[in-house]
Design a protein around this ligand. Structure first.
Ligand code: GLU
Length: 315
């Protein structure tokens, strides 16, 4: 038995019912067309995978469709940066507080002193984190983030989506502005274009919802691989990233989401949501139609349904 009182068949039926209820909401959202290639997704798609700590994965809906991680990848650049640098060093460059502002906002960078981005889940904070990932070349820095994701998903073939990467790089002026401002304020050092390139590259890593649920299950399992028992993410780091998922993972809707779903989660503008239910399961959702804050509109509904049905809230 993988979930105390349910068989895999019943779990699948629950997922399908939640999906049916959430599906209509996909019509009310919009695509992240500020990255032109993402604007070409099918907004009606919605899918979910759940991986339990015995390694079993159950999926429903559009789960074969690959998508880029976007902001979900910020968790993994942070894990690598925290392995490379001390806790104090990382958090001298990026704060720990929610912003209440949109993910790409520039406003508080100038008004708050020191001009440190408020947290690693907003774009400015994640760009600062990218600058802390070690490696002798840009390729090596990227490979280290990719390698972590390959190990956690058990999928050695996970790759960058070149078209999304190029499309975002061509239109990344706001992120470019954030990065140059941060170099001017001494938050980041070095070649801004190279740092930005790493950030855009890790956002364009492509996977599908079952990969995401498996990765999330390792975070639920305190960083231990489900099959080998190997500690892939050190426990204190797993704890830090899960805390950020609660406080800042769903952009400036994190407070509302903590009440309605109550599970550490991180979303991305491609429509992915990674949720980790401590010591129970990892969840990967994909639905590219977004609400006004940038979260998958159908995905959030789906998780609300499931959280209520399975009593998943950690609070
Ligand atoms: N690559 C995206 C950007 O920088 C990530 C944003 C997101 O998913 O929130 O705009």
């Amino acid at each position: 038995m993988i979930f105390p009182e349910k068989t895999p068949h019943e779990i699948k039926a629950d997922l399908e019912e939640a999906l049916l209820r959430a599906q209509p909401y996909t019509q009310q959202g919009h695509l992240a067309d500020y990255i032109p290639v993402l604007g070409k997704s099918d907004p009606s798609m919605l899918g979910i995978s759940v991986t339990f700590l015995d390694g079993t994965t159950v999926s429903a809906g559009d789960t074969q469709v690959p998508f880029t991680m976007q902001s979900v990848s910020k968790i993994f650049s942070l894990i690598v940066a925290l392995q490379d640098r001390s806790f104090d060093y990382v958090f001298s460059r990026v704060g720990m507080e929610p912003t209440g502002d949109p993910f790409n906002s520039i406003v508080k960078l100038e008004t708050i002193k020191p001009h440190r981005p408020l947290n690693p889940m907003i774009n400015a904070g994640a760009i600062a984190v990218s600058s802390l990932v070690s490696g002798s070349t840009a390729d090596e820095r990227f490979e280290r983030i990719l390698d972590l994701l390959r190990r956690m998903s058990g999928r050695p073939d996970i790759q960058l989506n070149q078209a999304v990467y190029q499309s975002e790089l061509d239109t990344a002026d706001r992120n470019r502005a954030l990065a140059y401002f941060m170099r001017d304020s001494g938050i980041i050092e070095g070649d801004v274009e190279e740092i930005l390139d790493l950030y855009v590259r890790h956002c364009a890593i492509e996977l599908c919802s079952a990969d995401l649920s498996r990765i999330a299950a390792i975070l639920s399992n305190d960083g231990f691989d489900l099959f080998t028992g190997e500690q892939i993410v050190p426990l204190p780091i797993a704890r830090i990233v899960k805390t950020f998922m609660v406080t800042c993972g769903m952009y400036n809707a994190s407070g509302e989401y903590a009440i309605s779903v109550g599970v550490p989660s991180k979303s991305g503008v491609s429509g992915g949501i990674m949720a980790t239910v401590p010591h129970k399961m990892g969840i990967g959702v994909f639905g590219p139609s977004l609400d006004e804050k940038g979260n998958s509109i159908g995905g959030v509904k789906l998780l609300e349904e499931l959280s209520a049905r399975w009593n998943l809230s950690i609070f």
